[in-house]
Each structure stands twice: as structure tokens, then as C-alpha cells.
Ligand binder design. Structure first.
Ligand code: GPK
Length: 845
């Protein structure tokens, strides 16, 4: 209506509005315009980086049109919205994805070419936005893509780290070195600074309870830090719907503290401003956080800055959500009817006491009224049951940094106890606290008690959440509070974008529009009959071959290594962690190496050639994980140089694993390894990506591997190892009835002894790593080694039957429909958040 146009002549406004539909000429004009004005550069000396920047600015203009329309539509319609709070968003590159989602990829490719550039080279100029460690952060990114693609009103909230996950370098000795990731150095065209959207966030000071019987308190004094919003546009696929990811930057409230400046304390003033900026300066590089790998020293013990990050982000996000809610003119009691907040792991759990604080201290609600609102607003997703990864914060630390929140947490705990007593539940040691000196708050317990629903990320994992870490709560609150949402991945990035040839073949074969099957991935089942079609199989395997060549080319240009492509590509890429068992894989490689050395030339001719790839980062303080990298690199050095074996076995550790590297590795893989100790990998998501691209799966009966096997059929995956129920008992046996490895598993003993003997150098450096296996062997390497080796041999045999292998590959892709993140996000929208799609008009308002 007229009231939506605040000033002037509507026709003149409309006339000036940009739209998205463009021809190639509009694209080239827009790019040239940005070269000329935004970049202030000359056509004659424009390099690839400049071309990328201009193309990105042009695509950004298009995104902004849709983004504006979407946000205005939400403001007018006031639908219930969901907010995804995640400390990590592992976005990767944006340009290619944005163009594909906008349907402008071909036009830009043409346009860029007319201007003398190659689109692939231009795309390669972009730095990854790597604001995450691994699976948890990438899941958040896939969920944003799916939310926008399904026109769901979902915003992400996170932190705008100045430095993302560290850059990994490998020293000549094979050691991991960390360098900062200055991803913002070349400007970031994908973010909009919102210098007008700011909040003051308090730390420290005092909380004084009022004596008026209301339970209210006043929190005052301490330090105030400014939160500034940066918005990142999240385009949906084949829709105008473009959501928002709001990232907060911390700044000193005023450039620096004028009072101390005037008092002549210049250094003190600058110090205060430094500490404010420090909050969002760097992503914590620990995956499965809180505890050091020796399972006794908490990494975050006393890590005040991490706690400040968590509060800064949750407080700014809640203030923003509350402001938006209030602008809509609703009554505070209706909050849960318009707002759902998803807690991605326990990192944002402080949002629970923070919302209580707002409702009680600022909105004058009673405790019970506030608690009803809170427990109908939040939803909590657990991502791990590893005991050492569960967040705990020392009470004295919270008391100092967030005195009012500590009071509220105590009150939540006390109320829980009262409820318990009234329910005659006597013997469970409830809720938020553990004993010990100092006392610690168990964040998973607080997140659970303060949420409407709690879910795990794959069926087995969700079961384990209910029977182990949150068992008491299931008893206390009832099983209906607990659920499962199996993770998913976006088929846009993880098939269409990273494997364009396969995507084109699928479209041609299914005879339906790409935009249809990419949004209903179960349509892939239509590929099943083509597994029997020889000509189709030939095309399928030719694409895999070209993807291997693309990877080999990438490795050659970036690392200068020559990789043979007439071999099976065997890939394990993920964070380096004992539970993920990269050690099992490298020990298997060494075993294969010695087996090859013993063979006659005749025997070798029958061998299946293998190229084994590893990639992944280790947390900088995770000593054993770093040793694992060092071992892999040094084994590679020996194996790749050995004339007896190098034709049959090659091994590479590719440094600096990233989303962009995954996009090259995954489509090239024949088989990938997901070999965690049973019950430890909550879900895994790269397993889904490999299978979607026709790679077969070698894995344990763990996480989403199980559901993948259910979909594709057990005869199309390679499973090995002990099952979850056996794990506890095996660990007990290791401790109380240990059997020497020489007896238990002689081939493994041989491999370990070769490493100790220095065959791969190192002068004894690997002993601490080997001792984790020789001593308690917590992750069951000695128990699973034999079946692992036997299964690797089955894989070899299967691969030698080329046609059968391709059939398995096709069948695998065909049955991956379930693992689209569209399905997962719909489950959250329907069964958790209770939100509905909002259709967005194309071409602006
Ligand atoms: C789980 F607890 C954590 C963590 O700190 N970081 C992380 O990436 C992963 N995860 C799980 O390890 C994966 O199994 C899972 O697929 C992923 O989260 C997403 O749920």
C-alpha cells in the first residue's frame, strides 16, 4: 500500500528499482561498471582478482534485490520465524553458489569470457569464508541454503571472526604449522555492514537482587562492549527467497575510553579498546571442544575469552530478535508464537538465562511466566556424546563475567530440584551442576532443561543421547521431548556445483528439469534402471575419471606433485581426531606397503592400484593428532619414493583442508573412509557427500553410515568392526585383562614395530602415538584392525570387477535422496519450530 512508500512519487521509485532478470549484455555492463567505479581500475590491466571482485559485486547487486524483497515481505507478513544460533558457519566460497542459485551461472560465464576471462579462474580467486572447524559448522551452512531454498523464514546468527580457521602448513619434518587466516584482507563483497544496528553488551560488574519480592535484579557496572551487525545474504536455489545470516563484530563502545585518556592513562584506554575487539578476533580452532585430548585437562578451563564470545553473541542476537519482535507490536506472552530459536550444540546455551534475565528484569514478568516462554522458544541439538567434548564452565568464572546469569542458573537448578522432589524422583542427580572443585555448569543439562525439544543428528546418536548423557532427563521429562533429525547436505553445492558433469548427466537421464530433482532429491531413484545400461555406465565412469584428472591437475598446480589417475582413489578427509581413527587408516596403508614389498613382480601385476588421500586439520594443542599427521606425511615420503611399490600404492596428505578442497576431492573419490569407533561419530556428513557423488563407503557401523547402508543396501557399502554395544566391554577388557598385541593381532604388532624401528624416520617421535594403541587402546584399533584389513581386501576385489563397481556407484547415488538437507530442515520446520514457507515475489516489490 501507499504507506509502504514513505516519500515521493511511487512511480519514480519503481522506475529506479533494479531487477534480477538479465541478459549477457546486462551482465557485462554491470561488471564493467563495477570495474570502473567500485574498483576504480582500468580495463587494460585488470587481473583475475579484479575480475572476480567486479563479478562478485555484480552478483551481489542481484542478491540484494531479492534480499530486500524477502526481508520486506517478512516485515509485512510477520510469519513465525526461526533463528539458527551457531558459533560456526563454514560457508566456503560464495560466487559460484550464488550464481547457480540465482540461475545466472551461464550468463556470467559468457559475460566474463567476452571480457577476456575464464570463469573457473575467476571463481578460484575467492577466499573461503572458513568460520568453522568442521562438520558442525558446515551443517549450519547447508541448513541456511536449504532454509532459503524452501522459502522458510530462517535467519542465522553468528560471529564475524576477523580470522577464521587457521591455515595449515606442513613443515619439512611433516609437522603441522598454523598460520592466521586473514580472509577479510581483500574486502568481502558478500557482507553488508550495518553500522546502525548495534547493541551494548555488558560483562562483569554486580547483580543486585531487588527486595521487592519480584525476583528482579539490577546488573550494573563492569565493561560494556559494542556489537555491530554484518549481514550476509543467503540466496535460495531457484527462488527469490534470500535469507540473512547476521554476524556480530565487537568494538569498543567509543573509539577508546575518554576518561582514562584525559587522566593521562593512554595505554589503559587503548588496552580497553583492544580487549573489546579481541572478542570477535579469532575462531577457536578446537573441534569437540572443552577438553584436551588426554581427557583430563579442560582446554577451556579459565578460557574467559571463549565464554565472552558465547555471551556476546547470544546477548546481541537475543536483543536483536527481541527488538524485531517488539517492532511487530505483539504482546511479550506471544513470543514463542513468533520466535523459535535453535541452539546449535551447547555453545549458545547462555541464551537461556539471558532470555530469563530480559523477561524478568526488563519485562517485569514472573519467574513462571518467563520460564514458560523460554521453554517454548528454544530447541537444542546435540552433536556429540564423547564425554570429553561436553561443555562445562566453572561456576567462579561465570560468577565473575556474568554475575546475574549465575544467579539465574542457580535458580533454574533449584526449581528443577523442587520439581523433582514433587515428582518423587529421588535418586537422580539433577540438572545443571556437577560437584567438584570448582563447581562447574554442565551446559548440555542446562540446554536440555531450558528447551522445548532436544535432538541428536542420526538415529543411533539420538538413541545414545537418550540412554547416556541425558538419561536422567528422559526419565524426568518424558521421552517425547527427545527426537532425532538425521543430518543432511545441500545437493546444490555438493553435487550440482562441485560435479557439474554428473549433474548434467543426471538431468539428461532423468528427463526432468535440474531445478526439480535438486529440490526433490528422491527423484534420483530414477537412475536405478540405468545401472543396467552399459552405455550409461560408460558415461558415468568417464565422468569419475575426468574428476580424478581434475583433482590430479589441482594437486599438480598447487603442490607440484604428479598423481597417477589409473588407480582407485581412496579418501579420508575430516578433522584429525583419535575417535575418527586416521591412525587405523595409516596403519592399514603401512600393512599394504609391506605386503606389496613381499610380492613377486608377477603377483604385483594382479594388484589393485590405490592412491590414498588424507586431509584434515588438528587442533593446535592436540598433540596426538599432530603426531598422526606427521606419521602420514613421513610414511608418504617413504612409500612414494620406493621403486618396488610406488606403481601400486601412493599416499598423499593434502595440506590445508577446506570446503573448496573438499569440492575437488569428493567427486574424484572411488571409495571414502568413515571408520570411527562405533558409537563415537554422531552422524558424519561427508559420508553423504561422497555417496551422492557415486563414491562407495568404507565404514564402521556408526552415525549416519548406518542409515546410508539402509538406503543403498548393505551389499553396496563396506562395513567392518565391532558394534556399539560391544565397545564398553572391550574397553574394560583392555584395562583389566590386557592381551599383548603380538598375540592379539600379529600383523598390527608388526606394523607398529616397523614404525618404532624407524622405517619411517622420526627417531622415536611416534612412540606417544603408538602407546595410545599399545596401552589402553581406548578407540579399539587392536580390536578392529583384522576386520578392517579383510574389508580393504574385499574392496580391492570388488574394484577389479569394473562393471559391477560402476553399478554399485550408480545405485549409491540413486538412493541418496534422504540425505538432502531440504528433508532435514523440513523436519525441523514442521516438528520443531512450527514455521511455514513464505513465498517471495520475483523481480522486486
Ligand atoms: C560435533 F561435537 C561436535 C563438534 O564439536 N564439532 C563437530 O563438527 C560434528 N561435530 C560431529 O562430529 C559429526 O558427526 C556431525 O555430523 C556434525 O557435527 C554435524 O552434526
Amino acid at each position: 500500500g501507499k504507506d509502504q512508500w514513505p516519500r515521493g512519487d511511487e512511480g519514480v521509485w519503481r522506475d529506479g528499482m533494479r531487477t534480477v532478470d538479465k541478459d549477457v549484455q546486462a551482465v557485462t555492463r554491470s561488471i564493467v561498471g563495477h570495474v570502473q567505479t567500485s574498483l576504480a581500475r582500468q580495463a587494460y590491466n585488470l587481473d583475475n582478482l579484479g575480475a572476480y571482485q567486479a563479478a562478485a559485486l555484480s552478483a551481489r547487486d542481484d542478491l540484494l534485490v531479492n534480499w530486500n524483497t524477502t526481508q520486506l515481505t517478512f516485515t509485512r507478513k510477520q510469519p513465525k520465524r526461526a533463528y539458527y544460533l551457531s558459533l560456526e558457519f563454514l560457508m566456503g566460497r560464495t560466487l559460484d553458489n550464488a550464481l547457480l542459485n540465482l540461475g545466472l551461472k551461464d550468463k556470467f560465464t559468457d559475460g566474463v569470457q567476452k571480457l577476456g576471462f575464464n570463469m573457473e579462474d575467476v571463481i578460484e580467486q575467492e577466499r573461503d569464508a572458513a568460520l568453522g572447524n568442521g562438520g558442525l559448522g558446515r551443517l549450519a551452512a547447508c541448513y541456511l541454503d536449504s532454509s532459503a531454498s524452501q522459502e522458510l523464514p530462517v535467519w542465522g546468527y553468528g560471529l564475524r571472526y576477523k580470522y577464521g580457521i587457521f591455515q595449515q602448513l606442513i613443515s619439512p619434518q611433516g609437522e603441522q604449522l598454523e598460520a592466521p587466516d586473514p580472509w577479510l584482507d581483500n574486502q568481502n563483497p558478500w557482507e553488508l555492514p550495518r553500522l546502525d544496528v548495534t547493541y551494548d553488551i555488558r560483562f562483569y560488574g554486580r547483580a543486585d537482587r531487588l527486595d521487592d519480592g519480584t525476583g528482579r535484579a539490577v546488573w550494573h557496572g563492569g565493561q560494556e562492549v559494542l556489537a555491530v551487525a554484518y549481514d550476509v545474504m543467503i540466496p535460495g536455489y531457484d527462488t527469490a527467497s534470500t535469507n540473512n545470516l547476521r554476524l556480530w563484530e565487537s568494538k569498543p563502545q567509543r573509539g577508546f575510553d575518554l576518561n582514562s585518556f584525559n587522566a593521562g592513562n593512554y595505554e589503559g584506554a587503548v588496552e580497553a579498546s583492544n580487549s573489546a575487539s579481541a572478542i570477535t578476533s579469532v575462531l577457536y580452532p578446537n573441534d569437540h571442544t572443552t577438553c584436551a585430548p588426554n581427557r583430563s585437562i579442560p582446554i577451556h578451563f579459565g578460557k574467559e575469552l571463549r565464554l565472552k564470545q558465547q555471551y556476546f553473541w547470544t546477548a546481541a542476537s537475543l536483543a536483536d530478535i527481541m527488538r524485531r519482535f517488539k517492532n511487530a507490536g505483539k504482546n511479550i506472552r506471544e513470543f514463542p508464537d513468533f520466535v523459535a530459536i535453535q541452539l546449535n550444540d551447547t555453545h549458545p546455551t547462555l541464551a537461556i538465562p539471558e532470555l530469563m534475565r530480559i523477561l524478568i528484569d526488563d519485562e517485569d514478568l514472573t519467574w513462571d511466566q518467563a520460564w514458560t516462554i523460554v521453554t517454548n522458544t528454544f530447541f537444542y541439538t546435540n552433536h556429540t556424546v564423547l564425554p570429553e567434548a561436553l561443555e562445562k564452565w566453572p561456576v567462579p568464572l561465570i560468577e565473575n563475567v556474568l554475575p546475574r546469569h549465575m544467579q539465574i542458573i542457580y535458580d533454574i537448578s533449584m526449581n528443577g530440584q523442587v520439581l523433582l522432589a514433587s515428582n518423587h524422583v529421588s535418586d537422580i542427580q539433577l540438572t545443571a551442576f556437577v560437584e567438584g572443585q570448582p563447581k562447574q555448569v554442565r551446559m548440555a543439562h542446562l540446554a536440555c532443561i531450558g528447551s522445548r525439544k532436544v535432538n541428536g543428528v542420526a538415529e543411533l546418536h539420538s538413541e545414545l543421547v537418550q540412554t547416556t548423557i541425558l538419561k536422567d532427563f528422559v526419565e524426568f521429562e518424558g521421552v517425547s521431548k527427545f527426537g532425532n533429525v538425521t543430518n543432511g547436505i545441500t545437493p546444490r553445492r555438493w553435487l550440482d556445483q562441485c560435479n557439474p558433469e554428473l549433474s548434467a548427466l543426471i538431468t539428461k537421464t532423468l528427463k526432468i528439469e535440474k531445478s526439480v530433482w535438486l529440490k526433490d532429491l528422491t527423484k534420483l531413484e530414477g537412475l536405478l534402471p540405468f545401472a543396467e545400461d552399459k552405455a550409461f555406465r560408460a558415461q558415468w565412469s568417464a565422468i569419475k575419471q575426468r574428476n580424478k584428472e581434475r583433482l590430479a591437475h589441482h594437486v599438480q598446480t598447487t603442490l607440484g606433485l604428479i598423481i597417477r589417475t589409473d588407480a582407485m582413489f581412496d579418501v579420508q578427509i575430516k578433522r584429525i581426531h583419535e575417535y575418527k581413527r586416521q591412525t587405523l587408516n595409516i596403519l592399514g596403508v603401512i600393512h599394504r606397503y609391506f605386503a606389496l614389498k613381499k610380492m613377486t613382480p608377477e603377483e604385483k601385476k594382479k594388484v589393485n592400484r590405490r592412491v590414498v588421500f588424507f586431509a584434515g586439520k588438528a587442533a593446535p594443542a592436540y598433540y596426538i593428532a599432530k603426531l598422526t599427521i606427521r606419521l602420514i606425511v613421513n610414511v608418504a615420503r617413504v612409500i612414494n619414493a620406493d621403486p618396488d611399490t610406488k606403481e601400486y600404492l601412493q599416499l598423499y596428505f593434502l595440506p590445508d583442508y577446506s570446503v573448496s578442497l573438499a569440492e575437488v576431492l569428493i567427486p574424484a573419490s572411488d571409495i571414502s573412509q568413515h571408520i570411527s569407533t562405533a558409537g563415537t561419530e554422531a552422524s558424519g556428513t561427508s559420508n553423504m557427500k561422497f555417496c551422492l557423488n557415486g563414491g562407495l563407503l568404507l565404514g564402521t557401523v556408526d552415525g549416519a553410515n548406518i542409515e546410508i547402508a539402509e538406503e543403498v543396501g548393505e551389499n553396496n557399502v563396506f562395513f567392518f568392526g565391532h558394534l556399539t554395544p560391544a565397545v564398553e566391554d572391550l574397553r574394560y577388557q583392555h584395562l583389566y585383562h590386557p592381551v599383548p598385541i603380538e598375540e592379539k593381532c600379529p600383523p598390527l604388532a608388526f606394523v607398529l614395530n616397523q614404525i618404532s624401528a624407524g622405517v619411517f624416520g622420526g627417531d622415536g617421535v611416534y612412540e606417544p602415538l603408538l602407546n595410545t594403541i599399545r596401552q589402553s587402546d581406548y578407540y579399539l584399533i587392536t580390536d578392529d584392525f583384522d576386520s578392517y584389513i579383510a574389508t580393504l581386501e574385499m574392496v580391492d576385489e570388488a574394484y577389479l570387477d569394473k562393471e559391477e563397481w560402476i553399478k554399485k556407484s550408480i545405485r549409491t547415488t540413486a538412493k541418496m535422496g534422504k540425505f538432502s538437507s531440504d528433508r532435514a530442515i523440513n523436519e525441523y520446520a514442521e516438528s520443531y519450530w512450527n514455521i511455514e514457507p513464505v513465498s517471495i515475489p520475483t523481480g522486486g516489490l
